[in-house]
Design a protein around this ligand. Sequence first.
Ligand code: FPP
Length: 273
Amino acid sequence: MRHLDEIAEPGAPERAVLNRIDPDRLPRHVAVIMDGNGRWAKARRRPRVEGHRAGIQSVREIIDTSSRLGIEILTLYAFSTENWKRPRYEVITLMALLKEYLRKELHTFLENNLRFRTIGRLDRLDASVRKELDHALEATARCTGPLVQIALNYSGRQELTDLVRQAAAAAERGELRAEAIDEEWIGRHLDTGGIPDPDLLIRTSGEQRISNFLLWQLAYTEIYFTPVLWPDFRKIHLLEAILDYQQRERRFGGLSPEEQGVFMPTGDVRAGT
Ligand code: FPP
């Protein structure tokens, strides 16, 4: 974690929350379902796409704050496979905003040594979007700092379906034995292969769903729902989410250290949560 003054100014409301965060127990990987752009725009009687445009400022601030905090991985759900069902104008604008963002922010990634990566099926994206993504991937390839992952044309079920197909094809070619497939193998072959699962998932706008995001990877993730709409989501909201996360006890299906040593009468069956 950088010096506190580089994250929030002394006396600012953000600083009061930051002071309560334990730098030694930060989530390594934070994933975000950025939701509520349309409602933000509607409340201002503006077109939905204005909500997406405003949401980019939140993207910038959350990437900046999380990297200053020392969060190793940030995964942002920018476009799901279901989002193609939206009006054509909205899809085109979202793609244009993504390209504009990549062009304008590439220098920020490089200056801050941020790694960039995408998850999802890029093949369905327009060639001009893929070109911009490829450029950003190549340009940041030597960066060694925090990883920013953007989920584009992503679906958790699609990711798992692709994986099963890939495994079946390898088995048919005689290159994969059924016994070789275990949780570790699956984790390695997902789009997120090689990186730890999210510790914290944040969903904005008050909706309480996973919406086909990282279905395998979220098995033990702490989930934080906030009513704040994505374009209003700022540094203080991220800090509050992290503080809330730190106040939880993660048991990964086991018992807390205190419970571990305590005698439990027979018949006390507790489901792991
Ligand atoms: C959900 O709000 C948001 C999206 C589908 C797109 C998120 C995209 C951005 C924040 C901008 C581009 C992203 C990057 C990474 C540059 P919604 O439209 O579903 O809101 P609603 O539920 O209120 O209608």
